[in-house]
Design a protein around this ligand. Structure first.
Ligand SMILES: C[S@@+](CC[C@H](N)C(=O)[O-])C[C@H]1O[C@@H](n2cnc3c(N)ncnc32)[C@H](O)[C@@H]1O
Length: 255
């Protein structure tokens, strides 16, 4: 099913220069090494969502290969999940991962930047997203936060794990080396030779270290995003974790 009729071809809704199907292939293969402490980030999000009663559910924006969705449905056995992504490859892989949950999980196409899907079929108890909101520019993020506030069930949360923009040159350098070090450590733990780290460097994946950052990557400063959450009327706005330019932060819609 496509939410409001979106489909995708070679690139998804990010448009020209946006996320490509080849990026999906790369990320499916290497994401577990390229993301610092992915298991911890996933656990933090699972801990932060309000526990779901029967009929309640979560919506995931840009679900990728479905790792977060799988963890959410395991941690919250009465929850359902609507997992959205613009990439056909990602939807295929996440459907395979989530089929174990039967009709508790639905995977659908959407374009993150589009407004149509934001009239969601049911009010979620949480909207979650990992490593995707940075494909929107600042104004689009601001609008997304306001729209998600409108879509959420009272008491529900918007929980984001994402790349954030360092505000100074030294803090960019810190983000670059701390991300690099985390990937090197994860790669060494994997095979003792660090092959995934070599791939990370070859692909120029660390946008804080890159001389030619991809224009599709538009991270915003963390403080701006916390302010946009507050402006959208979220309460309990907080940062839960941060390393290597990756942050997990959230806001709650008052009950
Ligand atoms: C870096 S991956 C992250 C995947 C997953 N959330 C994770 O953390 O493992 C970025 C994801 O965002 C999706 N994406 C990027 N731009 C998009 C857009 N404009 N509309 C829909 N999906 C988009 C990609 O297809 C991809 O699955």
């Amino acid at each position: 099913m496509a939410v409001n009729g979106n489909s995708n071809t070679g690139t998804n809704g990010a448009g020209d220069g946006g996320w490509r199907e080849s990026d999906s292939d790369t990320f499916v293969d290497w994401g577990g090494y390229f993301v610092p402490h992915r298991d911890s980030q996933i656990r933090i999000i699972c801990d932060l969502v309000a526990p779901a009663g029967n009929g309640d559910g979560y919506v995931e924006l840009c679900c990728g290969a479905g790792h977060l969705g799988e963890a959410l449905l395991r941690a919250h056995p009465r929850a359902r999940l609507l997992a959205l992504d613009g990439s056909a490859t990602m939807r295929r892989v996440s459907r395979q991962r989530l089929e174990q949950f039967g009709d508790r999980a639905e995977v659908a196409a959407f374009d993150l930047a589009d407004g149509g899907w934001r009239r969601l079929p049911w009010a979620p108890l949480a909207v979650v997203s990992s490593l995707a909101i940075h494909h929107l520019d600042g104004d689009q993020k601001r609008r997304l936060f306001a729209d998600m506030y409108g879509a959420l069930k009272p008491g529900g949360s918007l929980i984001i794990a994402d790349l954030v923009e360092p505000t100074t040159r030294p803090s960019r350098a810190v983000a670059a080396w701390t991300w690099d070090a985390a990937v090197r450590q994860q790669a060494m733990a994997h095979d003792g030779a660090g092959d995934p780290y070599r791939r990370f460097v070859e692909l120029d994946w660390n946008l804080y270290a890159s001389g030619e950052p991809d224009p599709a990557d538009q991270p915003s400063p963390l403080l701006d995003q916390l302010n946009w959450l507050t402006e959208a009327n979220f309460v309990d706005v907080d940062v839960h974790w941060m390393l290597g330019g990756h942050a997990v932060f959230s806001g709650r819609k008052a009950a």
